[in-house]
Design a protein around this ligand. Structure first.
Ligand code: NAD
Ligand code: UGA
Length: 458
């Protein structure tokens, strides 16, 4: 039996530890956080995040071998293995502001571990970190004067929100990096043994520490690059009457390209792609690799361009003004099946439309509470409606910003009748049946597709 601790009860710490607890009943797992409200929510029936399948996994292990607590120090003292899954946002101040990772929570955790430890421990980097962070962690922890030895292991998390439980249950791979010393390898083996409780050994790959840290940043950069690549092509499609879905299908059938992550959209959002690419850009600049930095930075610029392009399309197609017009935003989460709105393209688009003095009404099945907090400064200009039909009532336009599947199943005849005419639909996720909507009378604009309008061509 091992005492496993996870510091950070967020989108990663909560779901990953719940799945580990489910598969390792012999281990005692505690998840701690300084945010007491978050811990209270993990202990209640109203979990702090929406994630399909999460409730069930938490319910099956909680208070048996899975515990949530705000008493960080006590649990550090008791732990044999500590996963650190605290937030590592983009630095907003000082050197590297706007690009480098803000490692203050990370370093605070390291010092807290040092202060509260009376026995040797394995410390596992679960957070996404710049390559060579483990070196600093090792240095801080092994600076103790009590002769305690700490092994640092990197085990980056590849789960995506919305599919976190499935990704943990059946990951493409688990990556574990460690030092090539006997004690480093022993620590790696201890982490391997946790995952082999439910995964075949060949699904788990072990590398050196730096490859493991860098692989996480590289994986996110490659994924985001695919979205920016297809979105770049979507802009060209709109000029040439090519259809981006047809292009994505045609190129995705080439097995060297593959069909994943070629869904054109209003751009990628979420808490990680942007920050991790910026982190990579900063690292490249730090090492004097300016061309490499510029190459990756373009992935972000393309993403910002895609959002700006979408807003311009809304404004220009609605006769160059949306001032005073009611626009219903269908979806505010950064993707479907999550309550997370961090860095959501929908929020950026909402703010740009507010700048144009549009009246915004937002509907989303799970992300409205977060959106209310995000948009608190604009509370008088934004309305929230849990019912999409009510949101669309008397609206001039609907903009689909998150690919929640039920948005595709609504009765658009009824919606059309309740809207101001001419009625517009801007499908930022290409999930609707555009020809059908056009036949109903809508003016339809999608990403990377010819527009279908009732208006005279200009
Ligand atoms: P999050 O903000 O949801 O959770 C982090 C938690 O850590 C917060 O609840 C915060 O209160 C807590 N925390 C911060 N400092 C602490 C301290 N000293 N002691 C105790 N608790 C502390 O973040 P997240 O989305 O779970 O991401 C965590 C890390 O995992 C990040 O590095 C992120 O890049 C990475 N990651 C995230 C995802 C994802 O899908 N969200 C996927 C893979 C990797
Ligand atoms: C992403 C990665 O997929 C995970 O492997 C990684 O662990 C995680 O980041 C992380 O490090 O946090 P996540 O951000 O949760 O996961 O969600 P994704 O499914 O990757 O979607 C990211 C964004 O790209 C969303 O806004 C999504 O709508 C958009 N996207 C994705 C597209 O626009 N088109 C696509 O084809 C795919």
């Amino acid at each position: 039996m091992a005492n496993i601790l996870c510091i950070g009860a967020g989108y990663v710490g909560g779901p990953t530890m719940a799945v580990i607890a489910k598969h390792c009943p012999q281990h005692r797992i505690v998840v701690v956080d300084t945010n007491e409200a978050r811990i209270a929510a993990w202990q209640s029936d109203q979990l702090p995040i929406y994630e399909p399948g999460l409730d069930e996994v938490v319910r099956c292990a909680r208070d048996k071998n899975l515990f949530f607590s705000a008493d960080v120090n006590r649990h550090i003292a008791e732990a044999d293995i500590i996963f650190v899954s605290v937030n590592t946002p983009t630095k907003s101040f000082g050197q590297g502001a706007g690009k480098a990772a803000d490692l203050q929570y990370w370093e605070k955790t390291a010092r807290q571990i040092l202060e509260n430890s009376t026995s040797p421990k394995i410390v596992v980097e679960k957070s996404t970190l710049p390559v060579r962070t483990a070196e600093a962690m090792e240095y801080i922890l092994n600076s103790n004067t009590d002769g305690l030895h700490f092994d640092i292991v990197s085990n980056p998390e590849f789960l995506a929100e919305g599919t976190a439980i499935r990704d943990m249950e059946k990951p493409d791979r688990v990556l574990i990096g460690g030092r090539e010393t006997p004690s480093g390898q022993k620590a790696v083996q201890a982490i391997v043994e946790i995952f082999t409780q439910w995964l075949p050994r060949e699904r788990i790959i072990t590398t050196n520490l730096w490859s493991s840290e860098l692989s996480k940043l590289a994986a996110n950069a490659f994924l985001a690059q695919r979205v920016s690549s297809i979105n770049a092509i979507s802009a060209l499609c709109e000029k040439t009457e090519a259809d981006v879905s047809e292009v994505a299908h045609a190129i995705g059938l080439d097995s060297r390209i593959g069909h994943h992550f070629l869904q054109a959209s209003v751009g990628f959002g979420g808490s990680c792609f942007r920050k991790d690419i910026l982190n990579l850009v900063y690292l490249c600049e730090y090492y004097g690799l300016y061309e490499v930095a510029g190459y990756w930075e373009q992935v972000i610029k393309m993403n910002e361009y895609q959002q700006a392009r979408f807003v311009s399309k809304v404004v220009s197609s609605m006769f160059n003004t949306v001032a005073g017009k009611r626009i219903a935003l269908f979806g505010i989460a950064f993707k479907a099946n999550t309550s997370d709105t961090r860095n959501s393209p929908a929020l950026a688009i909402c703010r740009a439309l507010l700048e144009e003095q549009a009246e915004i009404v937002i509907t989303d099945p799970h992300a409205m509470d977060n959106a209310r907090i995000d948009l608190a400064d604009a509370a008088t200009q934004v309305a929230f409606e849990s019912d999409p039909y009510a949101a669309a009532n008397h609206a001039h336009a609907i903009a689909i910003l998150t690919e929640w599947s039920h948005f595709a199943d609504l009765d658009y005849e009824t919606i059309y009748k309740s809207m101001i005419k001419p009625a517009f639909v801007f499908d930022g996720r290409n999930i609707l049946d555009h020809k059908k909507l056009h036949a109903m009378g809508f003016n339809v604009y999608a990403i990377g597709k010819p527009s279908l309008t009732q208006l005279p061509a200009n």
